[in-house]
Design a protein around this ligand. Structure first.
Ligand SMILES: [Zn+2]
Length: 154
């Protein structure tokens, strides 16, 4: 078995964290844990995606994951037990939460961050508007995932 190296130039760590090259793209970078984190922090994954689109994508991904035996393709390598999808992990990052955050934590963080970045509170602030949109999309992703879990047949 060959070990794939991190795609970050000059890095010789194993690249075992797949990261989409752009939202909705099937092309992946393969980074080490450190560089995957760096890549994600510098990029608003949900930018340009409405909350509805984000929720729909999460629902579709959850459905697809159910159809395959190997969940590793979908699971973010840093997701602890691997039960969270890639989008969920990104959504948790947007809300500044840990992978094991409960849905109550999600709701609390979402309320706090949506309030802080709301266009009514920060009129004309483009960065805040982008953050607000990302926070809304992140919340919808986590809500869709929570619904999917709750409804999953035994
Ligand atoms: Zn690396």
């Amino acid at each position: 078995m060959t070990v794939r190296l991190c795609d970050r130039h000059g890095c010789n760590e194993p690249g075992n964290c797949p990261a989409p090259k752009s939202p909705n793209s099937p092309d992946r970078w393969y980074f080490c844990m450190t560089h995957a984190g760096e890549y994600n922090r510098g990029w608003n994954y949900f930018e340009g995606l409405s909350a509805e689109e984000a929720a729909e994508r999460e629902a579709a991904e959850t459905r697809t994951a159910d159809g395959y035996a190997d969940p590793k393709h979908y699971a973010w390598a840093g997701s602890g037990d691997g039960s969270r999808s890639r989008d969920e992990m990104r959504a948790l990052e947007v809300l500044q939460l840990e992978p094991d955050a409960t849905f109550e934590d999600v709701r609390a963080a979402w309320r706090r961050m949506a309030k802080a970045n709301h266009p009514d509170v920060r009129p004309g602030d483009k960065d805040a508007a982008t953050r607000f949109q990302g926070v809304q999309a992140a919340y919808e992703v986590l809500r869709a995932a929570e619904d999917a879990r709750t409804w999953k047949p035994a």
